[in-house]
Design a protein around this ligand. Structure first.
Ligand SMILES: Nc1ncnc2c1ncn2[C@@H]1O[C@H](COP(=O)(O)OP(=O)(O)O)[C@@H](O)[C@H]1O
Ligand SMILES: [Mg+2]
Length: 537
């Protein structure tokens, strides 16, 4: 190409301007003084504009369609229709790419290679092929111009975001720069096929031996940053299933199974497929689900899950003062001048769950409510939680299409319950106590001061100790009984001894001694009778 980069950018920028004006968005770009176009059709116009601007913008529109927190519902509905389908690039360029990347001609690398791709998207396209050893594979080949075009579109998006922010008050609450950054991170990740291959291997390892899920094997010898070769799965995309002929039960079962697989990844493996799009899930002959397209994966560490759970438990148990700290631990950033508002929103959230027991709480719903709060406060959420939210949202919409009454949360609940149960199990608590003891060690140095404080209070008579012990009544009962037995024994023995002494030493004391014997015996019997009646012996 003979044009210099800056010229290219200017002409692309003016092309964007032209396209935007044509679709009625000239106002946003400063080309018109007043809003133009029919406001009712704004979603449709936006979708058509992005479609015309090309793949990067289409992907951006798809990202926006997963953020109902930022984008009004009418626009979300339109953006969901965006398809990342583009016309395939010529076979000559596929050959060229394979030659450069694998350092082999297509004929040397593969026994057979279908010229026509089975799918073409903005970043790459997928061809069926067979390896020299006879293995059936798919080869994903990146568009030669993809990295360059994406980078330059990202730059343009940054300028567009700035223009829009300066001109359109209604977009004030959107941090457009941050949104573009987030988008840039995820699209760059998708450009690296080696990363995708590593993700595939991780999923394959996690599902090894599963009779529910199959993940294709990576052929590393035929894989580079821009060419990806995977075992070919023989199945039908969920998108291509004709579910209209299925029974309700069959549809419900598939929706349930898909959700179960994702919950396993999220809660058990801590590593999940971030795009449960119906074209990325295959149904095999034997009923297993085949996963493909590993460009976007989310990671959730045990610590993340622990912190999330603690956050919800704190909210649920009115420990609201700890919440800002918990949010900070999760990496959530919020504006300090809005702390009061945050506290008010937290109280509101708390009141909603007031009185519910831990076992009754639904952590998934809590996660959802929590994220709602996070978004409405324009708090910055770490990317891994954004991917989690997007994944659950996509899964929700895919499964509802399969079976309208389906509720993702129903399947999610036992997983989340177990999470809470595990976190508050005796073993876990014991471990936590061990950790707390270690932490105590570190504050032991301060202890002398605290002890002195307490002693001062004792001296000043300010410490009052209440002992409430449910076993105390029992103890009193035992003491009563023991005292009674001793009293009986003393009186009887005393009477007998006294009489014996009198009898032995007193001259002519026989009668007195006998009287003593009788009296002490009588007292003994009377006492024993009284004690037996009170039941305390
Ligand atoms: N291992 C595979 N076996 C069978 N079909 C596959 C495999 N990988 C991808 N496909 C098919 O190719 C399509 C596009 O592949 P995908 O990896 O999803 O590319 P993209 O990132 O462009 O969406 C998938 O929707 C699926 O139908
Ligand atoms: Mg895909």
């Amino acid at each position: 190409m003979s044009t210099r980069p800056s010229q290219r950018r200017i002409s692309r920028l003016s092309e964007i301007g032209r396209v935007a004006t044509r679709h009625g968005f000239g106002y946003a770009l400063g080309r018109r003084r007043t809003p133009d176009g029919d406001p009712a059709g704004r979603g449709r116009r936006l979708r058509e504009m992005l479609d015309e601007l090309g793949p990067t913008f289409v992907k951006f529109g798809q990202l926006l369609s997963t953020r109902p927190d930022l984008v009004p519902p009418d626009i979300v509905a339109e953006l969901r229709k965006l398809q990342d389908d583009v016309s395939p690039f010529p076979y000559a360029q596929v050959r060229q790419m394979i030659r450069e990347e694998l350092e082999l001609e297509v004929e040397q690398a593969f026994l057979s290679f279908d010229e026509a791709p089975i799918a073409a998207a903005s970043i790459g396209q997928v061809h069926r092929a067979t390896l020299p050893n006879g293995a059936d594979v798919i080869v994903k080949v990146q568009r030669p111009e993809a990295p360059r075009q994406i980078e330059s579109d990202l730059q343009l998006m940054r300028s567009a975001a700035r223009v829009v922010r300066d001109r359109v008050r209604a977009f004030d609450f959107i941090d457009a720069d941050a949104l573009v950054d987030e988008f840039a991170r995820s699209i760059r990740q998708e450009l690296d096929y080696q990363q995708e291959a590593r993700n595939a291997e991780t999923f394959r390892r996690h599902f090894a031996g599963s009779d529910q899920v199959i993940v294709p094997k990576v052929w590393w010898r035929y894989t580079t940053g821009r060419v990806l070769t995977l075992e070919r799965l023989d199945g039908t995309q969920v998108a291509d299933l004709d579910v209209s002929t299925w029974s309700d039960e069959e549809r419900r079962e598939l929706a349930h199974r898909m959700t179960d697989v994702w919950m396993t990844m999220i809660f058990r493996h801590g590593f999940f497929h971030g795009d449960p799009h119906p074209a990325n899930i295959l149904v095999l002959e034997d009923g297993r689900l085949g996963l493909v397209d590993f460009g976007l994966a989310g990671r959730l560490t045990d610590d993340d899950l622990g912190r999330l759970t603690r956050l919800f438990v704190d909210v649920a148990t009115e420990n609201l003062s700890a919440v800002p700290q918990r949010l900070a631990e999760l990496g959530v950033r919020f504006p300090h001048d809005r702390e009061d508002e945050l506290r008010a929103r937290l109280e509101e959230l708390y009141l909603r769950y007031y009185g519910a027991r831990l076992s009754e709480l639904d952590p998934i719903v809590l996660i959802h409510d929590g994220l709602d709060l996070v978004y409405s406060m324009s708090m910055r959420l770490p990317t891994r939680f954004v991917i989690l939210d997007k994944t659950i949202a996509t899964l929700g919409s895919v499964t509802v299409q399969l079976y309208p009454e389906f509720n993702v949360f129903e399947v999610a609940r036992p997983y989340a319950r177990r999470l809470v149960a595990e976190r508050y199990s005796p073993r876990r608590i014991a471990l936590n106590v061990q950790r707390d003891v270690r932490e105590l060690g570190s504050i032991a140095r301060e202890l002398p001061y605290q002890v002195r404080d307490v002693l001062n209070e004792v001296r000043d008579g300010e410490v009052k100790i209440n002992i409430a012990n449910p076993g105390f009544d029992d103890l009193t009962h035992h003491v009563d009984n023991a005292v009674n037995r001793i009293a009986v024994a003393l009186i009887v023995v005393g009477g007998l001894l006294g009489s014996a002494i009198v009898g032995a030493f007193a001259e002519g004391g026989g009668l007195l001694a006998i009287t003593g014997f009788i009296l002490s015996g009588g007292f003994g019997v009377w006492l024993i009778w009284g004690i037996l009646r009170s039941g305390r012996l």
